[in-house]
Each structure stands twice: as structure tokens, then as C-alpha cells.
Design a binder for this molecule. Sequence first.
Ligand code: PLP
Length: 641
Amino acid sequence: MHRTLERWNKTKSAELYGISEWGSGYFDVNENGDVVVMPFPGDRTRAVSIPEIISGIQARGLDMPVLLRIENILDSQITLLNESFITAMRDLGYRGTFMGAYPIKVNQQQQVIEEITQFGSRYHHGLEAGSKAELIAAMGMLRDKEAMLICNGYKDEEFIDMALYATKMGFHCVLVVEMPGELPLIIERSKALGARPILGVRIKITSQANSHWAESGGELSIFGLNTRQVIEAVDLLKAEEMIDCLQLVHYHLGSQISNIREIRTAVGEACRVYAGLAAEGANMRYLDLGGGLAVDYDGSQTNFMSSRNYSLDEYCIDIVEAVMTTLDDEQNEYKVEHPVIITESGRALVAYYSMLLFNVLDVTRFEPEPPPATLPEDTHATIRYMFDTLKGLSVRNLQEGFNDAIYYRDEARQLFSHGKITLRERAMAESIFWTTVNEIARLSDQLKHVPPDLANIHNVASDVYYCNFSVFQSLPDAWAIGQLFPVLPVHRLGEEPTRQGMLTDITCDCDGKIDRFIDRQGVKRTLPLHELKENEEYYLGAFLVGAYQETLGDLHNLLGDTNVVTVKIRDNGEYDFVGELEGDSVADVLSYVEYDPKALQVRFRETAENAVREGSITPQERREIMRAYDRGLRGYTYFER
Ligand SMILES: *Cc1c(COP(=O)(O)O)cnc(C)c1O
């Protein structure tokens, strides 16, 4: 029962929320208790306070929620990936090079692609397009002709022609054959347009990867050629005297591969195919390993789905080593040159640089009405037993107390439905029950081994924080596939968070909630949070949301895109607002679902005029109501104060 006398501090908060585990050196807490961003990992002298950025955003008239992008972090991640491969290749004596290609689908926003092509140009970091639209975007954005432009995905004639034009214009464009049927069309169009394409084949890897998206990589995957189809492609190319065009082998195991062993095994298998194609007379130069480089969202460094059991350095070293071991094999009679290694990392490049910031609108506290100190004389025996259970709780009998409480609560409900106890007595039974649950939750924290029945008890005994955002729009993977993201308050971290809460968003959907949080030992059902203060906003941040979340999001309840703000931190630690995108207005989201806002206005004006005619509103009221309607159409879709 004794509270420790030691004061709470920012270091305890940083530990509690695992910031140094998942933050990759980009985030910390300052003396003020604010979360800070460090664009140069670990360099505290250039740390920028997130609450300070929030003030700046609000001073400029933008409301929460806001998606905040820190440009420097993207720059830094591109540098890290490229430098890690360069270092691994140098240290191991690799005789090829590394080329990155960013897969557009991971975050297609124009600003993101622009920044990647800009920051990536010193490494000739290229782009990967998986559809016509992505290729068209890539050709418009990419200036660097040495950078790779990789075309995956199903290809129709138009897609193929566009890629062939890119080749003719001098882009380093590779057409990757994903389906057997594509090759004859590619050959035909190449001849028609007089272009000599660089071709790749996407292969199926038979060593299964164990990720959430694993089906996209394995033997049963819908994408890619099996060995027989690869050989048929080779024969066709030979017959057409185009075998020299075949230069690349590609595979993609799936995203967020958390186990390094699977990555290594797949590289080995692909190298055998690569060497085999070289032996067949193809002009092999590129080994494209696709994506899969995972992000450690929960900081646990394990092969748990939201984590990874390897560092970036290990990833690069293991890949380079696996290529060398396989291709330099004494048994390998074909002696092929070391290929240019390509990866299509998306998640790992962009996840860190965006965070979603939102305010808390309200809290429902889990605070059952305390039962009286003693029960009235004539209290029903069942309620009396419940009361005794509560009084007799101790660390030693939590499971038993829990069973009894539930049993008597159910019995009290039965008694009520048979008219044996009054409404007031039932209310008392409920408050004794919830006080018991609360007490069990509190005491269970002292247990080393919590019985399975009690593992989720904090979940029922937690506060609910109502937050100004939409899970469906901004964190779709949290809803769809149970992806974990680090979520925490971005200020007040010098104070102890004394409440346990789950978050709900402002959609009226019961799935619009976050009740699974990162934890070193698995998943936590509640998040430690602070009490709200009168007249002071409480801000939370969901971190590492730069990959996949923005475009997968939907318009559930017609909550639209959030405001987006991009900040660039200068070398001296000052910072500039370099980009500002206003989120969707109500009129915007209505037009996405085929309304015409102008026509709506006209119809509503008629409805208002009818109301005037019927005498339910005055003409002056009509004017006020029409003004409010127009303002509403122009306004933000989220809660505005
Ligand atoms: C989605 C995809 C990627 C990106 O994977 P990450 O794990 O996000 O790096 C790369 N290549 C292909 C072919 C993809 O479909």
C-alpha cells in the first residue's frame, strides 16, 4: 500500500512508454516533460519539442488532428539504408553495389515521392511502380536517370508501352514479368516500338515467410513464376533473340518480415535461380529482393509480428553474406559476377517520419460508486455475500473472489428479473460488483503470475479517453490487422500518469478504438494516461505511422483526410514549416461520395423555405441556418473547438 516516495520524472515516462526501444534514436523526452524529435539520431542539441510544434501549427490556424511529418527523418532513413549496405559490402569485400527502389504504394503522396527522389538522388535511390498510375507518377517525378525504375504488377499493353517509352527516354527502367502471359505481349510491344527493354522475372520463393502478408511470397502466392515457367520464359526469349534483355531476378516475401532467418533463406534460393539464369545465357546483373525490411513498432526486438529480431546492419550483412556464400560456392560451376543488389524497402524508409497528433475531447472514468460501509439490516443474502467477497479480497484469493463476484452478480440480476429485489438494491449490487472488479485489478498488479481469467481485467476496469481522430482514416492497420503503433502523451511526461485508459475515436463505430498497446512482454490492453486538466488540452501522438496508413484509410462516418504539416529542422536546431496541406472539408468528403455540395445547398434552401412557409422558423432564422450550413460545408470534418 505504500506509494514510493521517489518523485516521478521524465526518465520514468520514457521507460514506461518504451521510447528508446521503438524510437530508433529519433525521439526522447526533454526537461519540460515534452516529447522531442531528434532528426539526427541521439543528438539532443538539435531536439525539437512536439508540443512547441503543435503551438506553431495552431497559431497558423490549423486544427487537430494533424499528421506531422519530419522531413529530416526520411532523409536520415534513406541515408541509413544506403550507407548500411555500402558498409556491409565494403567490409565483406562484395564486388557489386546496392541500389534502392522505393515502392510507391507504401505512401504515394506527392510530397513523399518528391522528398524521396530529392533526398535519394545522392544514392541514385529509385522508385518501384506496381500499377500504371504509379508508373505515370514515377515518370513525372524521377529526374535521376541512373536510379532504378522498376515495374512490377499486372501489365496491360498501355502499362508496357509506357515502360518502353521510359526505356527509350533513357530511364533505367526494368519490366518485371509477373505472369507467364505477359512476356509475349512485352516482346511484341518491344518490337513494335523499337525498344530494347531490360527484363526481370518475379519468382516464387518456396521457403515460406512467416509474416502477416506471407501469402504474397510463398509457393502458393498468386504472383510470380514457378521454375517451369521461368524456363519457358528463357526459351521464348532465346527464340526471339532477346535473352540478353533478361537481367534481373525479383521476389517479394511480403511486408514486415520479423524473422531474419526467413530473409536469409530466401536470398539463398533466389541466388540459385540467378546463377541458373546466367548459365542459361541471360545477361544477369540485378538481384531484386523486394521489401520486407521490418519496423520494430513495439521495441521488443523479437520475431513478434509488430517487431523484428534483427538490426538494419544485420539485415544488410546477412543479405550480402548470403549472396556471396551462394554465388562464390566452390560447387557453383557457373562463376557469376556479384550482382547489383536492389531492395524495395518502403515501410522502413517512411514509417518513422510521420506521426498523428490529436487532442482528447473527454474522459469517462472507471469509478464505480462506492458501496456503503455497512449494509442495511434487511439486505438480501445474495448482496450480502457479494459484499463479504469484496471485504475479504486479498492478493491470495483474487481468482476465487473474481469467480464469486461474477456468480453473485448474475444471481442478483436473476433476482431482479423475478421481482425479488428492488431497482435500488440491484443498483447497489452492481456498484459492489464494479468496486470488486476495480479492487481485483489493482491487487493483480502485485501478482507475478496473473491467472488467465484476470489477464484482461484492466480492460474492463479502465477509463475511456475520447480522442479527436478516426482509426479508420488515420490508423487503418490498427483496425484491420491489429497492427500495433506506439501511442503516448506528447507532453506532461514529468508527471506520473495515474490513470489507465483505452482510446476511442470520434466515429460512432464500436471498432473505432485502440485497446491494444505496445509492451515489451506482449500486448497491453490499456495505456497509462494523465488526468485531464481544466481548460488545458491533452495531446497524444501515434508514432511510426508513415507507412501504408495514409492511403489505406477510408471515409468512415465521412471523416476525411487530416491536416498535414511538414517540418524541416535546420542544422542549428531551429525549424521551418515547409509544407502545409489542409485536410478535407465537409464539402470535399461529400463530393467523394458523389454529392454535389452546390446542389445540396440548393435543396436545403428549399427545405428551409418550406419551414418558413409553415411558420416553424422565421426568415431571419432561415438566414442564420443557411449561414451555418455553408460554414459547415467549408469546415473541417473533425471536432473543432
Ligand atoms: C509492398 C511491396 C514492397 C514494400 O514492402 P515493405 O515491406 O513495405 O518494404 C516492395 N516490393 C513489392 C513488390 C511490394 O508489393
